[in-house]
Design a binder for this molecule. Structure first.
Ligand code: UD1
Ligand code: MG
Length: 478
């Protein structure tokens, strides 16, 4: 039996009007991957000798994506959308191949290559000239219906728009996935007519044509209808995204990841998660994020291209393009921006924002601080409400903080500035000059108390009453 696939044709020229979007339909994303990338990745698994994609609307945007996903695929331009049959005519026009061709739509991202491979086996075993993959939908409206005769074999596909009521009641639909003998397809598509409600050439009419000849045509029912859902509007996009989310979460859970609430946990395709990671509700893991064993993520945490090392915890936080070291703690309410590197056992606590900075092993920024463009050594503590003043209004400057430094609360570190190993800064200091190792930088006005001020200037207030009760007088003192 020959299960070699000679050609795969993906139809992706449609405008996707119902998406009401500036972005071509097939470039909308699900789980961090465009719809067309999902389809092409599955097609690639089948190892067809040639892959052709029919493009039209938004071609200048769609073609680069196709090149990036499947460099060996070729594109065919359909300047006017005259229907799926017309798209296939164009794809076949200069095609030299013979054998078997798979045709599918670029808007069905949930189809799995395993299902396509089984479909190919069934088609080859039965020696069909055409096989169409069908499914039974709870709500078949909008799809082409499969009409079978009394023996159960397919007679025709009727589009909903052209269907009388009794055909609309059929719940078996055309998924838009077909296998054809190339020669038979070539002969049949040449004969298509646009005598239908849309005035288009319907690829689906080829079935009845092949069937009316001597060719063997079959409709093969797929067992999982969710795989065959197509995306035409934003609700279907959300529906497919939720199915993909469940699939991705299931595969992580089977691999030993605890996902406390899979319905509110969204994980992109390329994310890597080791076993014994726990993900709490409301978390989203995007891009090339990777998480090592024992880490705790969430609740309500979003990570985009973040590397989280063993045993770290990231709670109620938003992190992008950064690295979080082993056993470190981040959050709650922490914002780690691009270029942040937290070494092992470090801490970025509540209401802390860090950008383009390295934080050494065991160092802590526990509360309410901004750290930008800095290098912080090991074992250092940054007091609450410290700001790394990195921007002079024109340029950004760096701050270097040594090992075992104690930055007092509410210090402004005006960059460029360096604080040496073991140095301190006094709370409330505005540090504009380097602090040498072992020194304390004090940069604040000396405090003076004006005795009796409240009793003199705010007499009669509750503060004045409390002060008087505590024994204060109007005396200025010395
Ligand atoms: C099509 C089928 C229908 C099936 C459904 C499955 C036809 C006539 N109808 O309907 O039986 O149930 O898919 O989802 O084939 N395209 C082009 N060029 C064109 C027109 C369409 O490339 O001129 C592409 C579209 O980008 C899309 C695919 O072909 O990827 C299907 O077109 P669409 O307009 O979505 O057809 P449906 O009405 O969904
Ligand atoms: Mg469609």
């Amino acid at each position: 039996m020959n299960t070699q696939l000679d050609v795969a044709i993906v139809l992706a020229a449609g405008e996707g009007t119902r998406m009401k979007s500036q972005t071509p339909k097939v470039l909308h994303s699900i789980a961090g991957k465009t719809i067309i990338a999902h389809v092409l990745d599955q097609v690639t698994e089948l190892k067809a000798k040639q892959v052709r994609v029919v493009v039209g609307h938004g071609r200048e945007l769609v073609e680069p994506e196709i090149k990036a996903i499947s460099p060996s695929a070729t594109t065919v331009f359909q300047s006017e959308r005259n229907g799926t049959g017309h798209a296939v005519q164009l794809a076949l026009a200069d095609l030299k191949a013979t054998g078997t061709v798979l045709i599918l739509a670029g808007d069905t991202p949930l189809l799995r290559s395993e299902t396509l491979a089984e479909f190919l086996v069934a088609h080859s075993e039965a020696k069909n000239l055409v096989s169409v993959l069908t499914s039974q939908l709870p709500d078949p409206s909008g799809y082409g219906r499969i009409v079978r005769d009394e023996t159960g074999s397919i007679v025709a596909i009727v589009e909903e728009r052209d269907a009388p009521d009794e055909i609309k009641e059929i719940d078996e639909i055309n998924t838009g996935v077909y296998l054809f003998d190339i020669a038979a397809l070539r002969e049949s598509v040449a004969k298509l007519k646009n005598d239908n409600s849309q005035g288009e050439l319907y690829l689906t009419d080829v079935i009845a044509h092949i069937k009316s000849g001597t060719g063997k045509a079959a409709a093969i029912l797929s067992f999982d209808y969710t795989e065959t859902l197509g995306i035409n509007d934003r609700s279907q996009l959300a529906e497919c995204a939720a199915i993909m989310r469940d699939r991705i979460n299931d595969s992580h859970m089977r691999a030993g990841v605890s996902i406390i609430d899979p319905t509110t946990t969204w994980i992109d395709f390329g994310v890597k998660i080791a076993n014994d990671v726990t993900i709490y509700p409301g978390s989203a893991l995007f891009g090339k994020t990777s998480i090592e064993s024992g880490a705790i993520i969430g609740p309500r945490t979003s990570l985009n291209n973040v590397i989280v090392a063993k045993g770290a915890s990231v709670i109620e936080s938003n992190c992008t393009d950064c690295e979080i070291g082993a056993e470190s703690t981040v959050g709650p309410f922490t914002f780690l921006r691009a270029g942040t590197k937290l070494a092992a056992n470090s801490k970025a606590g509540a209401y802390v924002e860090i950008k383009n900075s390295t934080v050494g092993e065991g160092s802590k920024i526990p509360h309410l601080s901004y750290v930008g463009d800095a290098t912080i050594g090991t074992g250092t503590n940054i007091g609450a409400a410290t700001v790394f003043v990195n921007y002079d209004g024109v340029e950004k400057h760096r701050t270097e903080i040594g090992n075992e430094v104690r930055i007092g609360s509410d210090t402004m570190l005006v960059a460029p500035v360096t604080v040496g190993d073991g140095a301190y800064t006094a709370a409330g200091s505005i540090i504009t000059e380097n602090v040498p190792a072992g020194a304390i930088g004090v940069a604040r006005a000396k405090q003076r108390n004006i005795l009796g001020w409240v009793l003199r200037k705010r007499s009669g207030t509750r503060s004045a009453q409390a002060a008087a009760k505590a024994g204060a007088t109007e005396e200025k003192g010395s």
